[in-house]
Write a protein that binds this ligand. Structure first.
Ligand code: SF4
Length: 342
């Protein structure tokens, strides 16, 4: 029998209260959120919004991503169209030149993004790529008031320290899924390899951006396991992707998500990681569809523009959505860079 509305409200209210009081949710409680009956979803969203509001008010952080090097990756991540095993006809190219990376930074700034995410395909950065980034990152930061997040694959401590030294603020390196499901989606590197990179990032004093992908065949419990693992990692920022099944990848036929489950996933990440930025990342438009605005009650961040190899909705639509909610785009601090040549 379903609980009455009052009982249901108090259940989600209670879990939100735990999050507000910094009492970590258990694995069972995190999983319970994912099994929230659809009838109780409005109550869950209302409860979780209190947590989002405590730490982020009604502000929405915008991120802008550039695919700085595409394709030819020797790894076999099953969701990825840039993998050697994917048969997807994508554009492939080596690291973009400095002018193009600067143009991307300008586009990020013009769209109101706070963070410019520079993403390269591949297992790990090569020496030339690192050197190129060491040249261009200071130039971007001199010209634009942007945070720089680098997503370059596996890193050791020396590489992470070099990124920190040249002005990178944050590194993105996703766990992607739970430890118990990892081997189902990748065989060329391990969950532990990814954890080692996160330790190197932390040791270098960089912020950690680390999230995952939902909808790859994992169970709700495994989604909850990933969220708790991210809490242990201490992720500043958690991009929550919903699998966009790309033709030509091993996961091309997976399509098991619905908008209500996606909202529950976002609520669960907020409750398990109350102070972290929760970003609705890839698959937002595809899976949340008409419920996209509701995603911003638990989450406080989105990408503006396109994703790595899939299109996002027009930036004007994102800004209209934020305005319609009565929310506001988080402004970049005035002292976060002073020489924007725009
Ligand atoms: S390492 Fe990155 S680029 Fe390579 S297959 Fe995996 S996700 Fe794709």
């Amino acid at each position: 029998m379903l609980p009455t509305t009052t009982q249901a409200e108090s259940r989600w209210y209670l879990l939100a209260q735990r999050a507000l009081e910094e009492q970590p949710l258990s694995l069972e409680q995190a999983e319970e959120v994912l099994h929230c009956p659809d009838e109780q979803l409005p109550d869950l969203l209302a409860a979780v919004y209190r947590v989002r509001h405590r730490y982020f008010g009604n502000r929405v952080q915008l991120y802008f991503l550039i695919n700085a090097k595409s394709g030819h990756c020797p790894e076999d991540c099953h969701y990825c169209s840039q993998s050697r095993i994917a048969k997807t006809p994508i554009a492939t190219y080596d690291l973009l030149d400095a002018d193009t990376l600067l143009a991307g930074a300008r586009a990020a700034w013009q769209r109101g993004a706070k963070t410019y995410c520079v993403v390269t395909s591949g297992r790990a950065p090569g020496q030339q790529e690192l050197e190129a980034l060491e040249r261009i990152v200071p130039e971007i930061k001199r010209r634009f008031p942007l945070k720089i997040c680098a997503c370059l694959g596996l890193l050791d401590e020396e590489q992470a320290a070099r990124l920190k030294a040249c002005g990178v603020d944050r590194v993105n390196h996703n766990l992607n899924t739970s430890r118990s499901f990892y081997q189902q989606i990748c065989s060329t590197h391990s969950f532990e390899d990814r954890m080692r990179t996160l330790q190197a990032v932390k040791a270098a004093g960089l912020e950690i951006c680390c999230g995952g992908i939902v909808g790859m065949g994992e169970s709700p419990r495994q989604v909850a396991e990933m969220a708790l693992e991210l809490r242990e990692v201490g992720a500043h920022s958690i991009p929550v992707n919903f699998l966009h099944p790309i033709s030509g990848t091993p996961l091309e036929d997976r399509n098991e998500l619905n908008p209500r489950y996606c909202l529950k996933v976002l609520c669960m990440f907020r409750l398990t990681n109350p102070r972290s930025e929760i970003r609705i990342a890839g698959g937002r438009e595809l899976h949340l569809r008409s419920l996209q605005p509701l995603g911003l009650y638990p989450a406080n961040s989105i990408f503006v523009g396109d994703y790595l190899t899939t299109r996002g909705q027009a930036p004007e639509a994102d800004l209209a959505m934020i305005r319609d909610l009565g929310f506001e785009v988080e402004q970049v601090p005035a002292d976060a860079g002073t020489n924007a040549d725009i």
